[in-house]
Ligand binder design. Structure first.
Ligand SMILES: NC(=O)c1ccc[n+]([C@@H]2O[C@H](COP(=O)([O-])OP(=O)(O)OC[C@H]3O[C@@H](n4cnc5c(N)ncnc54)[C@H](O)[C@@H]3O)[C@@H](O)[C@H]2O)c1
Length: 275
């Protein structure tokens, strides 16, 4: 019989910002059992070193390649542009990976097939979005259309390439204003730090070119609102998630951090709840 201790997985954290740090702390404090932290990696070494200090210096700062090599499972929370290379290495070394920067799949959709071909487990948390479980179930009967409407405070959208490329500023927005309508693929290009959920929804549903996205800037918005509508032979799914933003990063929802922790808890558990 395998003991609990033998089942503990060595996890490498890649990206020690808002999400990576909270996941590492959950493991370090024992809130999230089943894992032991074997290394921290960040493009900014000081960021990984600072997190290591917060974890009493017990977790080494590592460069990427050795960390992938020694880990049983990887947790990626870096950036859209950085994700494909990291996932590619995980696939090469046949290491399971939980990836948050799902926008990276827009440029490298082949990674999903590569992971499947090499038997590598690729986990994409739902993020700050409800409804993925029902959507996956509904997809078994077919999906006719899927839309996502995101309502955020303008400060959460600050710095998005879509706005910068059009010299758009949201400073004067004094009422709820639709600032973007398009496909999920166009949304992640224009809002790479905001639209990851659109890509997760697309991958779970009908793809990046058929999933419709609308982004609304609302200066009165206290909680980021994500509304999903999906329709198919099973009926209609309508979900509304209103989440608070992470304390130090207005672009990231607190629920996204919790979703990452929940996925890791599920991986370490023998019970699966939900689709
Ligand atoms: N899936 C979702 O629902 C969801 C929700 C929120 C955020 N995200 C995404 O998750 C990722 C992390 O979000 P966050 O809020 O923690 O961001 P953050 O900016 O707080 O932290 C990101 C960290 O990654 C590091 N980094 C950047 N490029 C790197 C690279 N090439 N190699 C190693 N480290 C690198 C940065 O230095 C930073 O410390 C982002 O891509 C974000 O868009 C996804």
């Amino acid at each position: 019989m395998i003991s609990e201790k033998e089942q503990v997985m060595k996890i490498g954290i890649i990206g020690c910002g808002t999400i990576g740090a909270e996941v590492a702390k959950a493991i370090f404090t024992g809130t999230l059992p089943g894992y032991v932290l074997c290394g921290l990696h960040d493009l900014k070494e000081g960021q990984a070193a600072s997190l290591s200090r917060q974890l009493n210096g017990g977790v080494p700062v590592s460069s990427l390649e050795p960390l992938v090599g020694i880990s049983d499972i990887l947790f990626e929370a870096t950036a859209k542009a950085a994700m494909p290379d990291i996932v590619e290495r995980a696939i090469h070394y046949r290491k399971a990976i939980v990836t948050m920067s799902v926008g990276g799949f827009v440029d490298r959709p082949d990674l999903i097939e590569s992971a499947q071909a090499r038997g590598v487990h690729l986990y994409l948390p739902s993020g700050a979005l409800g409804g993925i479980d029902a959507l996956l179930a509904g997809k078994e009967a077919g999906l006719n259309h899927v839309t996502l409407t995101t309502t955020k405070h303008p400060r959460s959208l600050h710095g998005a390439p879509y706005l910068a490329n059009r010299n758009m500023t949201l400073d004067g927005v004094d009422k709820p204003t639709v600032i973007f309508t398009g496909t999920a693929r166009e949304a992640i290009e224009g809002f790479p730090a905001n639209a990851n959920v659109a890509i997760t929804l697309s991958l779970a549903g009908i793809g990046m070119d058929r999933t419709g996205v609308q982004i609304i800037a609302d200066p009165e918005c206290k909680r980021t609102k994500q509304e999903v509508v999906a329709e198919g032979p099973f009926g209609v799914i309508r979900t509304v998630t209103e989440g608070i933003v992470a304390p130090h990063n207005p672009r990231t929802g607190y629920l996204a951090i919790l979703s990452a922790i929940a996925v890791l808890r599920r991986i370490a558990s023998s019970t699966r709840i939900g689709t």
